[in-house]
Design a protein around this ligand. Structure first.
Ligand SMILES: Nc1ncnc2c1ncn2[C@@H]1O[C@H](COP(=O)(O)OP(=O)(O)O)[C@@H](O)[C@H]1O
Ligand SMILES: [Mg+2]
Length: 388
């Protein structure tokens, strides 16, 4: 574990970049430092690997003061990834990634083999190995930066705005990839960003910093969204806080109705039997159980429903896997106000009304208030939230 204990950094010109910061960074999870530009995020990160020395306070790595450790040993235990990847332009991709192993005295073949293995790990095509950085897209270069930082398998990864320079679509891909990679590798990651959405998406713990290098709040994302410490944090989180928080709650508890579902070849008796006053629409499926669309029962022709006559069912959510936010989104976008839940194979698992989702949301909020929103039973894991 990395422990930052009352650390202050005063630059020679008198700028206080970090002011009595204390943080406990848990092992094997992603801790995000987020805040406006100039609030001391980079300075904090660089104090962890001693690129910047604190003016006051101590930083402990596994209980030992980092100032008592040889700086080379310390840096070897910490991969470092920066914006624009910071690759060596005159080296090929494979040799960029092999840099640290080579420095550690590995033979060329072994280092390159390791580099190729890492390329695969971070989703880079093997065909790119012999290219130079300028021949790669920004997103690909960023992946190379991550691979290079992982090359000597350090327990700690320091990442400073690693995805800030790429466009939103590529960025989302890189974030998803980092979460997937982290599931496999279980590194202790300290991740700096100025983007609160990125912080909430990837952080297990999020430290919100304010100008002057002060800590405003340190909490899991769901708790930040439910209980911002003050007006600064609330303002920084921005609009839709309540809706965004729903992405941390699983749709598992929703009461899915299967009665209002009929197959496209349903008989008049089946249609009649499945029509009830409190479910004004029936969901029609194909013969494999995949949703086709909605219809009022009286508009259905027994035995031969015209798929073209049906109301669209929108985008379904995957029952139990997707979040309450996804379920609510489906219901809001559905012309009937009912959301369609499917199983992993895309077959209709049930339908649920906006009203029922609203009740589940109230239940989730009540539960979140009593346990800080981190109950294993009701929350969605980082990996599950990769799906929108
Ligand atoms: N080498 C330096 N000398 C003087 N001031 C610096 C130096 N590096 C950063 N600063 C100042 O310290 C503050 C925090 O900077 P930084 O840690 O880079 O913030 P962030 O990464 O959050 O944008 C800023 O006011 C910045 O101008
Ligand atoms: Mg910075």
């Amino acid at each position: 574990m990395i422990r930052i204990d009352s650390v202050t950094k005063r630059y020679p010109d008198g700028t206080v970049a970090v002011d009595r910061l204390s943080l406990e960074i848990p092992d094997r999870s992603i801790t995000v430092l987020v805040g406006p530009s100039g609030c001391g995020k980079t300075t904090t990160l660089r104090m962890i690997n001693r690129m910047v020395e604190p003016s006051e306070g101590t930083i402990l790595l596994d209980g030992k003061d980092i100032l008592q450790q040889p700086v080379n040993t310390l840096r070897r235990s910490m991969g470092y990834v920066i914006q624009n990847a910071g690759l060596f332009q005159h080296r090929t991709i494979v040799d960029n990634i092999a840099t640290v192993p080579r420095m550690l005295g590995w033979g060329k073949d072994k280092a390159r083999a390791r580099a190729r293995e890492l390329m695969e790990r971070v989703g880079l095509d093997a065909g790119l190995a012999k290219r130079y950085p300028y021949q790669l897209s920004g997103g690909q270069q960023q992946r190379v930066g991550v691979a290079r930082a992982l090359a000597a398998d350090p327990p700690v990864l320091l990442m400073d705005e690693p995805f800030s320079a790429v466009d939103p679509v590529v960025r989302k891909g890189l974030q998803d990839e980092l979460l997937r990679l982290q599931e496999e590798l279980g590194k202790t990651i300290v991740f700096v960003t100025h983007d609160i959405d990125e912080a909430v998406k990837i952080g297990t713990m999020v430290a919100v910093m304010r100008t002057g290098g002060k800590l405003a709040q340190f909490a899991p994302p769901a708790e930040l969204l439910s209980s911002p410490a003050d007006a600064f944090v609330e303002d920084f989180l921005g609009a839709d806080r309540g809706i965004r928080r729903l992405s941390f709650f699983s749709s598992t508890g929703l009461d899915l109705l299967t009665a209002p579902i009929v197959a496209i070849d349903a008989t008049a008796e089946q249609i009649a039997a499945r029509s009830a006053a409190d479910t004004p629409y029936l969901l029609v499926t194909d013969l494999d159980g995949r949703p086709l669309g909605w219809s009022e029962p009286r508009d259905l022709t027994a035995g031969a429903v015209e798929a073209a006559e049906l109301l669209p069912y929108g985008r379904p959510f995957v029952a139990g896997k997707d979040s309450l936010r996804a379920a609510l989104d489906c219901a809001v976008l559905s012309p009937t106000g009912w959301a369609v839940a499917v199983d992993g194979e895309g077959r209709a698992a049930g339908v649920v009304s906006q009203q029922a989702i609203g009740e589940a949301i109230r239940g989730a909020h009540a539960e979140g208030r009593t346990n800080g929103g981190s109950s294993a039973a009701s929350t969605v894991t980082k990996a599950a939230r990769i799906a929108p």
